[in-house]
Write a protein that binds this ligand. Sequence first.
Ligand SMILES: [Zn+2]
Length: 344
Amino acid sequence: MANDLVIKVLKTKTKSLNLSSRKITDLPEAFARLTWILTLKLNNNYLSSLPSELQSLRHLTELNLGNNVLEEVPSVLKHLCCLKKLFLYGNKISHLPPEVLEGLPNLVLLNLNHNSIKVIPPEIKRLCALESISLTDNQLEQIPAEFGLIKSLTEINFNNNKLTQIPQQLYNLSQLRKLYLARNNLTELPEGVLGWKNLKILDVAGNCLSVFPVGFQFLALKELFFEGNCLVPFTLMESIQEKEALLLKELSARLILKESTNKFSVVSKALPIYPELQDLLSQWGQCALCAQPFLTTWLECVQFINLWKHMGMKSSQSIPVRVLLCSYDCFNRNDHLYYRLIWI
Ligand SMILES: [Zn+2]
């Protein structure tokens, strides 16, 4: 039956071929002659592999192989360098071969939903035109830092996986508009969230988050889904705390950090000679109240951000957002609504 259709296409020279739901188990050899074809739909069949002859479909821009029985990404795909949209959802794929990723520089959309993928190789960065990637319902345990290099990404869907963390490099994706991380095992989002300059939708429902990272309230979100987490409840007591004694190491670090902001100081002139020290100091933070720097010692606090009042969203719920203070001196001031967070 597939053969008849191929012959028809050969006669009419149509640019798109739809062979969805036709109980196909193997592709006929005649396929190799469809060199001008742009769109090919082979979803909802019983394909377990693709013949190498398929590489003659050099102009193919869209290929749907969803809902078949593929156990691996067919290696012939690495020759289809014009591909823009690739659908591989609903197969039995457990790994992504780096050589295929390297052969698809024009890919814009990659859908791998409902497979058994555990690892995304670092070569994912070769998909330098990628705008949308979806791996809903896989077995992902981590995301490689190289994801942060795919600057064209606008939508990522990692719902229903086993992620325990996301790399900080994900914040380099300033074009990202939609990020779905629901139903994973995330315990925190790393600091640096303001890199998501264009993020509009964030779904972190069904994880184990206790607070949102510093500055979260300044994101221009339109929708936030966060039900089913272990967020700090809004029942914290205000408290006055004793003064702390900072260790010499922290005191010196603060002094150096403060001096380093003055480019005429001895410290800023000397710092380039000590790259290790510079590296160490690059991890600094800043007090939310007095704006003074700190390095290894700070007070963990939260503020409760009302989604409607502070972020202009439709929901009137509040979320705890992490706030860092330099000292009890600052915490004991009475011009703030920060609550001390004590991790048990
Ligand atoms: Zn302070």
